[in-house]
Write a protein that binds this ligand. Structure first.
Ligand code: SF4
Length: 407
């Protein structure tokens, strides 16, 4: 990313810093009943191990607030309580020890109640997210603007900011989520011009995969590329583990977070492919994900272009002549039978993660590069090397003119 991150105020959600001085963080939300302490904790652990830095849980009843006492103590990541309608549940969640609150200005509208909650948060030193949502916008603003426009969402957020600032509360982050991607982007751009608070970005109600993932990626990436956004959530209608995993992957792919997970690149396949690239790539992905190796792996359908095109990958395999050419940083280190391509890739991947690139290059099979070169040359001969272009073109011209004469 070449952008400059928008400068914001900083705040802490437990141990996680949010703001321009900290890495963009990943959030997700549990789908369990919060009163089910063990079930909720189990999901929080799964979310954390799949990339969530912060987890939000609903606090929709007093039993949920009670459960939060244990959840907050045992959670591996900071917990934010999601509050709608009932400000008293916000007070109960603070009492329970949450590390942050999300308030919806669309449904907690009483100024005194909001200020009371803010004062309590100030006392215990936790932040508040003002979570404006197009689907639950303040009725007055809906009437004023006719629909949930970016101006309406931003005005809702700014009204809430004013209430909080009036009681000297500044540990604020804001979201103005919309399910329409262009409107979501415009809302955040407008908000970013008006405040210095960190922004929590996401496309609300993005829906199931794959559409939800595409919408979230489009909206979040556009804003991040402009330097807008300090913490993200992909709101997907699927297992929340997917939200955490994809959110984390997005930040890694954008170069905003260090790689912790597998990055499998694969060619799209074409007429040159010597194997079923889709099948080999899926098999490799499954096997490598099980190992949890934080490396970039390439699966290429042929040796003609494969190793060269995937030169930047840590490790890769390309198919040729019923064999797999295993390469590290574009250099062939081993040639294996086609049926052993995936197992060899996994085995070498594990060694690479343990011993490093230099050591594995030094351990390369002596004759691998030569065999690989021979395979590639033979394939180029069979499939049409660029060097034979003129000769091959001549034969195509001859065939075409013969067909023309026969017409
Ligand atoms: S690597 Fe080979 S098979 Fe894959 S897209 Fe490129 S040319 Fe086609």
């Amino acid at each position: 990313m070449t952008n400059t991150r928008r400068t914001t105020k900083q705040l802490m959600v437990g141990k996680v810093g949010v703001g321009s001085e900290y890495p963009v963080s990943v959030q997700s939300m549990t789908t369990t009943k919060t009163r089910d302490t063990d079930g909720t904790l189990e999901q929080i652990y799964a979310l954390a191990s799949n990339g969530a830095d912060i987890v939000r849980v609903t606090c929709n009843e007093i039993e949920a607030a009670e459960s939060l006492v244990k959840i907050c103590t045992r959670s591996p990541v900071p917990i934010i309580a999601d509050i709608h309608f009932q400000y008293k549940l916000a007070l109960a969640a603070i009492e329970a020890g949450v590390q942050g609150l999300r308030l919806n200005p669309g449904n907690i509208r009483n100024e005194d109640q909001i200020k009371q909650v803010a004062k309590e948060c100030l006392n215990v030193g936790i932040p508040i997210r003002i979570g404006v949502n197009a689907g639950s916008l303040d009725k007055d603003l809906l009437e004023k603007y006719g629909e949930a426009t970016p101006e309406a969402l931003v005005e809702s957020a700014l009204n809430e900011v004013r209430y909080l600032e009036e009681v000297d509360f500044y540990d604020i982050k804001i979201s103005v989520k919309h399910s329409n991607v262009p409107l979501m982007i415009d809302s955040y751009r407008l908000l970013a011009e008006k405040v210095e608070y960190p922004l929590h970005i996401g496309v609300t109600e993005a829906g199931p995969l794959p559409g939800g993932l595409i919408k979230s990626t489009a909206g979040i990436s556009t804003l991040l590329s402009e330097g807008i956004g300090d913490t993200i959530r992909m709101s997907l209608t699927t297992d929340p583990i997917e939200e955490a995993k994809h959110g984390r992957q997005l930040l890694e792919y954008l170069g905003l977070r260090e790689r912790k997970s597998l990055d499998l690149i694969a060619c799209p396949s074409c007429g040159r492919a010597e194997v079923d690239v889709i099948a080999v790539a899926s098999e490799a992905q499954e096997a490598l994900e099980k190992e949890g190796l934080p490396i970039q792996v390439a699966v290429m359908g042929c040796v003609v272009n494969g190793p060269g095109e995937a030169r930047s990958a840590d490790i890769g395999i390309a198919a040729g002549k019923k064999r797999g050419h295993l390469f590290i940083k574009g250099e062939v280190v081993k040639v294996v039978d086609e049926k052993d391509m995936v197992s060899a890739l996994v085995e070498e991947g594990k060694l690479l993660a343990k011993e490093g690139i230099e050591a594995r290059l030094a351990a390369a099979d002596k004759d691998a590069a030569l065999i690989a070169q021979k395979d590639a040359e033979e394939l180029m001969g069979i499939q049409g090397d660029i060097n034979n272009f003129e000769e091959r073109t001549k034969s195509v011209v001859e065939i075409t003119s013969k067909q023309d004469k026969e017409k």
